[in-house]
Write a protein that binds this ligand. Sequence first.
Ligand code: MN
Length: 207
Amino acid sequence: MAFVLPDLPYPKGALEPHIDALTMEIHHGRHHAAYTNNLNAAIKDTPLESLSIEAILAKGADNLPAAVRNNGGGYHNHNLFWELMSPQGGGEPTGALAQAIASTFGSFEAFKKEFSNAATTRFGSGWAWLVVSNGALKVYSLPNQDNPLMQGDTPILGLDVWEHAYYLKYQNKRPDYIAAWWNVVNWPKVAELYAKARSQKSEARSQ
Ligand code: MN
């Protein structure tokens, strides 16, 4: 079954002034579309064709053909990315996620600093991630379109720091893009992914 490019969950200009409409249009309509088409071409008539995108990525970066690793990661990463932003975003998380962030990183501000640092210092193209790893929260970055599922972790927040994600508006000023992006983070969605990751973990333990 072929993978489908999802519609953006909001109009392309809805994240302005933080993310501009032209960047959204090109990022979704050309880059994400290309990952989708290239993934479908790479898995056509192979056993991977019958799997979910999560199951494909969970096979691990080194066990996937390069075209599947890069385009499968690109497909899933961007599916997540659009959902992890919202015109009503920003602020801070609440509930169990807020408590876990505070107990893991010391405070929300300390978490934000660590995540921003991971995003800023990723050399070249890649993503910064907040993941659930063996039940615990962790922050790191990965190169290119690699996804935490490839190393057994569950991503709950991701930031695209490829130049295509910010160059039209921010040029070389990646830190300004990162600072602006916090204003559109969809914390209820992050909390939902956190709860799901935790419940999958406890299901796995009880089996
Ligand atoms: Mn991208």
